[in-house]
Write a protein that binds this ligand. Structure first.
Ligand code: ADP
Ligand code: MG
Length: 683
């Protein structure tokens, strides 16, 4: 009997080399092997008769090799042609430019081959995948739904299948059920060992469905429990902030606008959280321009009014600086002076900020990652706000939180995360959504134009600038090297300044500039001294210049949807009609689709769903960065129903107490997955 924790080297036929090769697939134990699920299946249980095969379809046949010969249809093209006798006649299998194959395909051997059916009287199949049946092979293993695995050169799909077969034949000791019976019955779940067996060697398609359902549910469940396990431990007794709203009321009274209903709703949720003793953990999601900053300011003020310190962390220096300037101006009338902490302060400046944070004389600290340095010691931190959360990992969030004793935490993100992802990524947080833009915003008119329209575009920009507006022009990463990109952007800026718009000031902003230089350029743009700002993608996040109302995105087909949406969100922040030009000539279907989505929709959630469909979850958010463990079987796009079920079950389990003995194994699995998630983020 094998144990799931045994190394794969316990199996027959696995030496050091093969084991090392399996490692590349993430397989080192028996359990890893069993969790290496097939990526597709082939139904060989009822093979189609040759006469029913249609040209162009992919089919599988089974027969005995009669003859194999190399032929040369053209110079430089070698074709291996193998005649096979099947139950209802002969067929021909072909391979191209395969040198070593012929000697293996000996007459008399049985072969199962899959490929595309060609035309002609004699059935001809261009083989993509085949297996020889050897003497010791049990034919029953081939006349069934056969699993196909992701493999390597040394460990083919077939080799992996054999290993898994060997595991089941030998028997595995500890693959026991870990969900109590009651749950299995309630959700009509296949028993765990059964599910693992059926996912590899399904008896029929129905069994396969059930098996998949069970394993997907498990995967989500364990993920969710891992997060809940930790928020249970972490949701410490925190600070019950005072219920007075004086400071906030004074602040909002002096604003030139009133809050939107969505902002009010979210602020109320935060108020409730903060006045409670339990520490707040809340994620605010709001599309670009929805006014998340107001929500942040409320949170900061709420803490400050009770005598606590508060901190606001942003992912870039530009953004931190912008928040700082903004808040300084807005909070001045209240007699509150925030301080800025970024990496580009001088040593002396930095030390005086450290000192003010440590002795409590700094009420609000605003900054970048510099805030999580060791030297930063708060006197009494009461609230933490993290802007553009998707740029930070869980570790960084925790590092900032740990600067205080269970401070209230608010994280904000503009990446509209589809619900399924939000549940999985931030299952340990409460969710608030700002689902309304401030009034008077018009949708940004978006156009996709080709090179031929460039002159017209420049004419339009000229009109807009003469009318008093400002323009962003963004260049993407086009070349492999950053240097080349910089040259592109520099070249474009020079060209515009000299040849197209000598009458205007053209600024250039890129990632290689010193933070001070960047800040200066941004300041000139904000003040209107620069009319046209050419930039690489550094402006993507959070920058707010309401007077800029035209965004031009060069080579727009190079950007993903989420990024395009973020970039476009830089304009349309004032009351005037804003425009976005996607200069693109997309060649691929996907590229065309992306441009079409942008032209058609300005709703961040629609765009995010579309992005998820086009690219898949891992790509959309960057699996690593988010610490989303790679899901082995669950699919965030298609398995949402099962995810909801898992969520329900997780809640049920937590209610009856995850610490109960019947959940011991489940708890251990959840803990392990959670730890792995944190580890991934550290890399
Ligand atoms: P984001 O959610 O992208 O961070 P900001 O907080 O930067 O959005 O707000 C975008 C712009 O909208 C800012 O110029 C801000 O002053 C303005 N704004 C915020 N709330 C309102 C409101 N209720 N009414 C009008 N304008 C608002
Ligand atoms: Mg913002």
């Amino acid at each position: 009997m094998l144990q799931v924790t045994d190394a794969v080297t316990e199996l027959k036929g696995i030496g050091r080399q093969r084991a090392a090769d399996l490692c590349k697939l993430g397989i080192s134990t028996i359990e890893d092997l069993l969790h290496h699920y097939p990526y597709r299946y082939e139904d060989r249980s009822c093979l189609k008769p040759l006469r029913d095969m249609q040209e162009g379809d992919t089919e599988t046949l089974w027969g005995t090799i009669v003859q194999a010969q190399d032929i040369y249809p053209r110079r430089g093209l070698k074709m291996l042609r193998v005649t096979v006798r099947c139950a209802d006649g002969n067929a021909v299998l072909v391979w191209f430019n395969q040198n070593h194959l012929k000697s293996k395909l000996q007459p008399g051997l049985q072969i199962v081959a899959t490929g595309k059916v060609g035309k002609g009287h004699v059935r001809q199949i261009s083989v993509t995948d085949f297996e020889l049946l050897e003497d010791e092979d049990d034919l029953s293993n081939f006349q069934r739904i056969v699993p196909i695995y992701r493999g390597t050169e040394k460990n083919s799909s077939k080799a992996i299948r054999r290993l898994i077969q060997q595991v089941f034949e030998t028997g595995v000791e500890s693959m026991t059920e870990y969900l109590p019976d009651a749950h299995l019955q309630q959700y009509h779940l296949l028993e765990y060992g059964q599910a693992v067996r059926q996912i590899h060697f399904p008896d029929d398609w129905q069994q396969l469905n059930w098996a998949r359902h069970r394993l997907v549910l498990d995967e989500f469940l364990i993920l969710l429990l891992g997060m809940q396990l930790h928020s249970l431990i972490e949701k410490k007794q925190g600070i019950a902030h005072a219920a007075t709203e004086q400071l906030a009321a004074r602040f909002f009274a002096q604003l030139p606008f009133s809050l939107t209903n969505a902002q009010k709703k979210v602020i109320l949720e935060i108020k409730k959280d903060m006045e409670q003793e339990q520490a707040m953990k809340r994620l605010v999601q709001g599309d670009v321009g929805s006014g998340k900053t107001m929500v942040a300011v409320y949170t900061l003020l709420k803490a400050v009014s009770g005598g606590y310190q508060a901190v606001l962390m942003a992912p870039t220096e530009i953004l931190a600086e912008q928040h700082y300037l903004n808040l300084k101006k807005m909070l001045e009338p209240l007699g509150i002076a925030p301080m800025l902490l970024t990496g580009s302060l001088t040593k002396k400046e930095r030390e005086s900020v450290y000192a003010a944070i440590a002795d409590g004389s700094c009420p609000i600290a605003i900054g970048t990652h510099a805030l999580i340095q060791k030297q930063v010691q708060f006197a009494n931190l009461g609230a933490v706000v993290i802007d553009e959360q998707h740029r930070f990992g869980v570790r960084q969030r925790l590092a900032l939180e740990n600067k205080g004793r269970a401070p209230d935490v608010l994280v904000m993100t503009a990446t509209p995360i589809p619900r399924s992802l939000a549940l999985t990524l931030y299952g340990d947080m409460d969710l608030s959504i700002i689902d309304e833009l401030p009034p008077g915003r018009q949708t940004i008119k978006t156009y996709c134009i080709g090179e031929s329209k460039r002159q017209g575009l420049y004419g339009f920009l000229d009109e807009q600038i003469r009318a008093g507006y400002q323009v962003y022009i963004v260049c993407p990463l086009v070349e492999e090297s950053e240097k080349m990109d910089l040259e592109n952007a520099t070249h474009l800026a020079d060209h515009l300044a000299v040849n197209v718009y000598p009458q205007y000031t053209v600024g250039l902003l890129h990632g290689k500039m010193k933070p001070k230089e960047k800040a200066e350029i941004m300041e000139q743009f904000r003040s209107g001294a620069i009319q046209i700002l050419v930039s690489t993608t550094v402006i993507e996040v959070g920058v707010d210049v309401p007077n800029a109302n035209v965004m031009v995105i060069e080579n727009a087909e190079r950007f993903g949807l989420a990024q395009l949406h973020q970039l476009r969100g830089r304009v349309g922040r004032g009351a005037s009609q804003a425009h976005c030009f996607l200069v693109a000539e997309p060649k691929t279907e996907e590229g065309k689709r992306r441009m079409a989505v942008m032209v058609k929709s300005s709703d961040g959630f629609v765009i995010a769903e579309e992005d998820l469909l086009l690219r898949g979850a891992g790509e959309v958010l960057g699996t690593r960065q988010h610490g989303l463990p790679d899901l082995k079987i669950a699919d965030l796009v298609h398995d949402i129903k099962i995810l909801e079920q898992s969520k329900q079950l997780a809640a049920q389990i937590c209610q009856s107490g995850l610490e109960q003995p019947q959940y011991r194994q489940l708890r251990e699995k959840a803990e392990a997955v959670y730890q792995r998630r944190l580890l991934l983020q550290e890399e």
